[in-house]
Every structure is written in structure tokens, then in C-alpha cells.
Design a protein around this ligand. Structure first.
Ligand code: NAD
Ligand code: MLT
Length: 312
């Protein structure tokens, strides 16, 4: 009996080549399943590959009678109940660096679009409005970018922001003064970053400790006119508090790629002209999607061949 692999979110066709080549593996692609449909389907599978849409809850894991492995084609594993997976002896692998570059580039694109109000100006133009007054932006040069979470993506964003002649200050529990000095950036506590920055971008995972890291109190401590970017995870920013901070004028703008609940539609944040948004596109490039799918596919092939996996 071949090993049955379920792919429940859209993945790069080229990236799953290692699975297609494995003679002992059979793949089924079934995307957009609701929880009931997934609970029914998962029973027959030895491995499951997801991106961020599929919620691999405890219920799903308990229904998965044969499941031995979950592959996350991306970084964040917050859509997988890791505790339940561990209890059931299911190994979880991710692809920690395949989309780093894409996510960093998207962050810089959002930062620049936010500063220069590019989406708003384009939208006006499309509606037949030639308006050169409303869309006056600010330069990035000599502004301070505050980065919270200086891991793979945060560090790439820092390097690119320096290329824009920005000053960078960062906080990460693993960042030292020496390391920051080597990178040519400033090092501070979360409070230091929040108080110093003209633009703040978050690049932490969504954890108990990072949930609503940017909340009412944090916004109050920021500079007037600060602008916020989130291309990491919804939930790191308290969306209600962000809305209030924008309406009060404290926050001048926000660029959001990720949201507490996705899909993010009909939310009052989207009614504010100061907010620009993309539908979780940070990793959505041909290169990143191929790379993360290859990484998890290789790990699944290796695991079922009894070989070591790269990213357990
Ligand atoms: P990473 O593990 O390399 O870096 C995360 C960093 O956050 C680490 O250095 C860690 O020390 C730091 N951190 C943890 N807790 C912290 C805290 N309380 N305060 C400050 N820093 C803290 O991960 P990465 O590859 O850089 O990814 C970062 C985030 O971006 C993840 O949540 C990931 O899911 C998300 N992401 C989103 C997209 C997208 O499509 N928008 C794409 C890729 C990654
Ligand atoms: C990730 O954590 O890698 C991102 O959410 C990208 C994604 O899978 O869409």
C-alpha cells in the first residue's frame, strides 16, 4: 500500500516534484475543505501538507488515525496544534527559510507603498481623480525603522532598510549589542523601539508572549504619526487598538498583510484611507512557493524512507 499524502492548501506544482517522483507515495490534492470535510478525509492519510489556510486542530489530529507527519509549506506553525501532534506522535516539519527573501521584499514594498500612499493614489486615479495634493508622502531616508523580531526576515528587512538610508533599531530576545553593532543597527528593548521609531515592523512568530504585542498601551507610547507594518502574523497587533489609534490620529498609517481572522473582509480597518493591505501575500512568489514545497516534500520522502528530516 503506497504512503498517502494529502495536500490541503494550494502548493507549487513544481515544488511537489520530489513527492511525484517517489514510487512509494500517492498524492491527493483537496483544497478549501471545511473542518467537517477534513475530519472525514484525514482518516486515510499518512501525511498532510498545509500552508496557512488549513487549521490543523486537535479535532483534526484526533480524527487522523494513520497520520504520522504534517508538513507546513512555510514558516509559521501557529495553524497546527503542536501539543496535540506531539501527544499523538506526529512529527511536524516546516520550511523555515524558503520564503525569507519574499517576505522581506514584501515588507519593504509595503513600507514604501505606505510612505508614498501608492495604493491610495492608484485607486483615485482608477476612479478618474487626478489628485496631487492628498497623496503627499514622507521620505524613508533618515527615518527610524523599528523592528520587533530580528530573525531571518527581520534581519533581511534591516539590511534593505539601511539601503534606503534609514536608521534601524531592533529588539529580539536573542539580539545582543555586539550583533547589532556588526549589522550596523541600534539595539533596544521593545519600549526603546516603540518610542524611537517612525515606522514599526513586526517579525515575530505569533506566540502567547507576542499576542497583542502592539496594543493600546504600546500605541500610546509611540511617536505621533508613527506608521505600522505587519507582514508576520495577525494577532501580534491588536486590530481594535490599531483602529482607534488611527482614528485618533496617533498612528498615521498601517500596511497589513496578515490578520487576526483570515480571510479579512468587511473589517472596519479596511474602511480607513490610512490603511493599505494585501491578502497574506508575503510568501506568494513563484520562487518562495517552489522552495517551501520542495523543502517539505523532501522531508516527507526522507521520513518515509527512514532518513533524517531537515526541519522537525
Ligand atoms: P524566525 O524564527 O527566523 O524569526 C523570528 C524571530 O522572532 C526570532 O529571532 C525570535 O527570537 C523573535 N522573537 C520571538 N519572540 C519574540 C518577542 N517576544 N519579541 C521580539 N522578538 C521575538 O522567523 P522568520 O522566518 O523571520 O518569520 C517571522 C514571522 O513571519 C513568522 O511568524 C512567520 O510565520 C511570518 N511569515 C509571514 C509570511 C507572510 O506570508 N506574511 C511569510 C513568511 C513568514
Ligand atoms: C509563513 O508562515 O510562511 C507564511 O504564512 C506564508 C504562507 O504560508 O503563506
Amino acid at each position: 500500500m503506497p504512503i498517502q499524502v494529502l495536500i490541503s492548501d494550494p502548493l507549487s506544482e513544481d515544488g511537489i516534484y520530489p513527492l511525484q517522483q517517489a514510487t512509494n507515495i500517492q498524492i491527493e490534492v483537496a483544497t478549501g475543505l471545511n473542518e467537517d470535510a477534513l475530519l472525514e478525509k484525514i482518516k486515510d492519510f499518512d501525511a498532510l501538507i498545509v500552508r496557512s489556510q488549513t487549521q490543523v486542530t486537535r479535532k483534526v489530529i484526533e480524527a487522523a488515525e494513520k497520520l504520522k507527519m504534517i508538513g507546513r509549506a512555510g514558516v509559521g506553525v501557529d495553524n497546527i496544534d503542536l501539543e496535540a501532534a506531539t501527544e499523538h506522535g506526529i512529527i511536524v516539519v516546516n520550511a523555515p527559510d524558503g520564503n525569507t527573501n519574499s517576505a522581506a521584499e514584501h515588507t519593504i514594498a509595503m513600507l514604501t507603498a505606505l510612505a508614498r500612499k501608492i495604493p491610495q493614489a492608484f485607486n483615485a486615479l482608477k476612479n478618474g481623480i487626478w489628485d496631487r495634493k492628498t497623496f503627499i508622502g514622507v521620505e524613508l531616508k533618515n527615518k527610524t525603522l523599528g523592528i520587533i523580531g530580528l530573525g531571518r526576515i527581520g534581519a533581511e528587512v534591516a539590511a534593505r532598510a539601511k539601503g534606503q538610508r534609514m536608521n534601524v533599531i531592533a529588539y529580539d530576545p536573542f539580539l545582543t549589542k555586539e550583533k547589532a553593532q556588526k549589522m550596523g543597527i541600534d539595539f533596544g528593548t521593545v519600549d526603546d523601539v516603540i518610542r524611537a521609531a517612525d515606522f514599526i515592523t513586526v517579525h515575530t512568530p505569533l506566540l502567547k508572549e507576542t499576542k497583542h504585542l502592539l496594543n493600546k498601551e504600546a500605541f500610546a507610547a509611540m511617536k505621533d504619526g508613527v506608521q505600522i507594518i505587519n507582514c508576520a502574523r495577525g494577532g501580534i497587533i491588536d486590530e481594535e487598538a490599531l483602529y482607534d489609534a488611527i482614528v485618533s490620529g496617533k498612528v498615521a498609517g498601517a500596511a497589513l498583510d496578515v490578520f487576526e481572522t483570515e480571510p479579512f473582509l468587511d473589517h472596519k480597518l479596511l474602511t480607513l484611507p490610512q490603511v493599505i493591505a494585501t491578502p497574506h501575500l508575503g510568501a506568494s512568489t513563484v520562487e518562495a512557493q517552489e522552495s517551501v514545497a520542495i523543502d517539505v516534500s523532501n522531508d516527507i520522502v526522507a521520513f518515509f524512507n527512514g532518513d533524517p528530516v531537515r526541519n522537525p
